[in-house]
Design a protein around this ligand. Structure first.
Ligand SMILES: [Zn+2]
Length: 311
């Protein structure tokens, strides 16, 4: 995914948390997290792009590449909450519960370690005296939150979890990401000189233009149930991101069925595949699921920090 898509997804994860109806206990976590974020949101465009601009670990940490392997071995697929579109799509896929191999990448490891890093830094900040040279500041910690959102978002881009080289020939991968980024840039007000969003009166990216995709996503953001669980059997960020990448892989093969290859698929034809869903449908499902996942991982990291504070 590209720079403004990443920043927008992170901002929408904040908005998702703000709009959601949830228990009083969860609400307390959310309001303290949002209060903190609102003072540190300006670094979102830079921070959510840091992995691509500076770290440059695209070939390893932004992906987990799956490949169907044939054979009849028993395999397990993890679970996600039923609200996930990619979970619903994946469960109906002909590759569901069929063997696969992982050909490369370590995205879930990266997400797990960044989650730890956030909590560690918050604990250090809390433990150090004011003015201590080793105390991390809020902007630094917010940047790690935004970096984490980058890797989580990438896991939802099906082609990041698919070993087929759809970045070659007509580069369907880049075409898809350009579509999304162009839409964000077209519909939201961005202060390009200062690399930040202009905000609306609630403090979220200011929407200048209506678009069916964003209207649909914002509507679901407010109405979709917010589950704090990572799905039955998933206990940490690593488990959760492993589940996400599995369903992202299955979604890739629904979006581009097995008969297509990078050599024989051009962008115009891709747009006409329409295997159960159109590209517009997939865009909605992928982006809203990514927003939900970012919100959930952030929520749980912040909750762990608050629990530690309580002692
Ligand atoms: Zn990336």
């Amino acid at each position: 995914m590209k720079q403004y898509t990443h920043a927008w997804l992170a901002m929408m994860a904040m908005k998702r948390l703000q709009k959601t109806q949830t228990s009083k206990k969860n609400q307390l976590v959310i309001s303290s997290l949002l209060k903190w974020f609102m003072n540190n949101r300006d670094s979102v465009i830079k921070g959510a792009w840091y992995p691509d601009a500076v770290i440059k670990d695209m070939a390893t940490s932004h992906v987990l590449k799956y490949k169907p392997s044939g054979g009849n071995q028993q395999v397990t697929f993890r679970k996600l909450s039923g609200t996930y579109h990619i979970f619903q799509i994946g469960k109906k896929s002909s590759l569901y519960m069929k063997p696969y191999t992982v050909e490369g990448g370590n995205l879930p490891d990266r997400c797990e370690s960044l989650t730890h890093s956030i909590i560690d830094n918050l604990k250090m900040q809390e433990s150090e005296e004011k003015g201590s040279p080793i105390s991390p500041n809020d902007h630094h910690i917010a940047t790690i939150f935004f970096m984490l959102s980058h890797y989580i978002a990438d896991a939802h881009m099906p082609l990041h979890c698919d070993d087929r080289p759809f970045s070659s020939f007509d580069d369907i991968h880049a075409h898809i990401e350009k579509e999304w980024d162009d839409k964000v840039r077209d519909c939201y007000a961005i202060d390009l000189d200062n690399e930040r969003f202009f905000y609306d009166k609630e403090g979220f990216p200011l929407k200048m233009k209506d678009d069916l995709l964003f209207t649909w996503i914002e509507n679901e953001m407010s109405n979709r149930s917010f589950y704090t669980s990572y799905g039955s059997g998933n206990n940490n960020t690593w488990d959760f991101m492993s589940a996400i990448t599995q369903y992202s892989y299955l979604t890739a093969y629904e979006m581009i069925p097995q008969q297509y290859t990078p050599e024989n698929l051009e962008w115009d034809e891709f747009l006409n595949i329409n295997n159960k869903y159109s590209f517009d449908d997939y865009s909605r499902f992928i982006l809203i699921d990514a927003i939900d996942s970012i919100a959930r991982v952030w929520f749980r990291a912040w909750r762990r920090y608050l629990e530690w504070m309580k002692g």
